[in-house]
Design a protein around this ligand. Structure first.
Ligand code: IMP
Ligand code: MG
Length: 178
């Protein structure tokens, strides 16, 4: 696994420290409220698992399967929402959590979808942000790290379904893409 990594951008300790801060920030923001966290599968599961263990406010967890990348590093034009929510979000405070904010298309369409159910509020939290790639001016309410326009794997992020289990974030050697 490690042999395929070109460069580590964020190590395990740096990630854990930042995720702890994010959990505390979000907790403080929603103090006295109850929220529904919608995590976007598959990429955001690792981040969400660590994030919610750094939070104390009452919350419920729901998942949406969204597909924007196939077995490539290029996004398809429109993200597809491939599942539905089990929770009623009408009148509730919703926090959508994703692994990375890239073009912004995924979070924009999921946010719109959730808004159509008339929640009390919708906020977004992403582990990574690639601002250079944005196509729609979307910005997240909370973001772990801003990174340059490079394809990264680890901490939930995959290339062709692999490398999600790495506890750090890094770039892949060019040989992996061949
Ligand atoms: P967006 O719709 O372009 O913002 O894309 C967001 C989705 O693309 C994320 O949820 C990821 O699944 C995927 N993605 C974007 N950049 C990367 C990357 O560098 N590595 C792995 N997946 C990525
Ligand atoms: Mg994803």
């Amino acid at each position: 696994m490690k042999d395929n990594i070109e460069q580590v951008l964020l190590d395990k300790e740096t990630i854990q420290k930042r995720v702890q801060e994010l959990g505390q920030d979000i907790d403080l923001y929603f103090e006295g409220k109850e929220i529904i966290i919608i995590t976007l599968l598959d990429g955001a599961i690792i981040f969400t698992a660590d994030l919610i263990r750094n939070m104390n406010i009452p919350l419920r967890l729901d998942c949406l399967r969204v597909s924007s990348y196939g077995n490539s590093t290029n996004p398809e034009t429109a993200p597809r929402i491939l599942s539905s929510l089990k929770t009623e979000v009408t009148g509730k405070h919703v926090l959508i959590v994703d692994d990375i904010l890239d073009t912004g298309n995924t979070l924009q369409s999921v946010t719109q979808e959730v808004l159509s159910e008339n929640p009390a509020s919708v906020h977004t939290c992403v582990f990574l942000d690639k601002p250079d790639r944005r196509e729609n001016g979307f910005s997240a309410n909370w973001s772990g790290f801003s990174i340059p326009n490079e394809f990264v794997v680890g901490y939930g992020l995959d290339y062709a379904g692999k490398f999600r289990q790495l506890p750090y974030v890094g770039t892949l050697k060019p040989s992996v893409y061949k």
